[in-house]
Design a protein around this ligand. Structure first.
Ligand SMILES: NC(=O)c1ccc[n+]([C@@H]2O[C@H](COP(=O)([O-])OP(=O)(O)OC[C@H]3O[C@@H](n4cnc5c(N)ncnc54)[C@H](OP(=O)(O)O)[C@@H]3O)[C@@H](O)[C@H]2O)c1
Length: 250
């Protein structure tokens, strides 16, 4: 089995930094043509596109249904097809779980709007293109959602964030159940990853380093490696793979 992705087109949402940027680089190294995206950080996205060569950057807020559809259509139109979708874009608001009063409707709307509805918006728009691309390739097309350990264990940056990722996990299973055999749908659930998102999270990082069996937090490249592995795992669909150094065991 070849693990090369030459001729395939991959859209990675939220790929101007962190896990999304590492995933875009990893897919590009394998030969895929990558479409990069973010909702505001255009210079970073454009710089990465230039670094990767045949990549393009499209600014779009995935929580907006119209922008999400235009993002998918632009990706497929510019490259003639869409084989791989990595739903990585996400947001959070850091709120201690006991501080119930801080969890306003605006917080729920922001987090669910991007993490859950945004993931749905992009996936729903991509399905016809992914189906079409699946016809002529081994293993079909693939969606990989970037979830979180917070969607599996009652942990993470806030209750709305954990709930949004739990919903993404369930959506992964439900879509996998109906989109085969053309499209596989899987998710990765990272624990703590060293990205700009967690730059000031020193207490959480110390805790993970002392508690997790592997005594370390992940690098964005560690998560990207698992995402690329799922792209190649032709018999795997409906799986949520934890990438947390074993933290969930403690
Ligand atoms: N870091 C961790 O410890 C960790 C752990 C578990 C799961 N995760 C998940 O991993 C994913 C990536 O996180 P990261 O740590 O790599 O964060 P990051 O470095 O802050 O990157 C987040 C990316 O998402 C983009 N984005 C945010 N809102 C968007 C929107 N509405 N539409 C399109 N793009 C949007 C950001 O660009 P703009 O701001 O310009 O839009 C940026 O490119 C998230 O889904 C997060 O929940 C992270």
């Amino acid at each position: 089995m070849s693990t090369r992705l030459d001729g395939k087109v991959a859209l990675v949402t939220g790929s101007s930094s962190g896990i999304g940027a590492a995933t875009a680089r990893a897919l590009s190294r394998k030969g895929a043509t990558v479409v990069l995206n973010s909702s505001s950080s255009a210079p970073a996205g454009q710089a990465l596109a230039a670094e990767l060569g045949d990549a393009t950057y499209v600014m779009a807020d995935i929580s907006d249904e119209t922008q999400a559809r235009e993002l998918v259509e632009a990706s497929a139109r510019r490259n003639g097809r869409l084989d791989i979708l990595v739903n990585n874009a996400g947001v959070t608001v850091k709120i201690p779980h006991r501080e119930i009063d801080e969890v306003t409707g605006a917080v729920w709307a922001k987090i669910l709007g991007v993490n859950l509805l945004g993931t749905w918006n992009v996936t729903a728009a991509a399905i016809p293109y992914l189906r079409a691309a699946a016809r002529d390739q081994q293993g079909g097309s693939v969606v990989v959602n970037v979830s979180s350990l917070a969607g599996i264990r009652p942990t993470g940056s806030s209750i709305p964030y954990g709930v949004s990722k739990a919903a993404v996990n369930h959506m992964t299973l439900m879509l996998a159940n109906v989109l085969g055999p053309e499209i596989r749908v899987n998710a990765v659930a990272p624990g703590l990853v060293d990205t700009p998102w967690t730059a000031g999270w020193d207490d959480e990082r110390s805790l993970v380093h002392s508690r997790a069996p592997l005594k370390s937090s992940a690098q964005p490249e560690d998560v990207a490696e698992v995402i690329v592995g799922l792209v190649h795992s032709y018999q795997v669909t409906g799986e949520v793979v934890m990438v947390d150094g074993g933290l969930h065991l403690r």
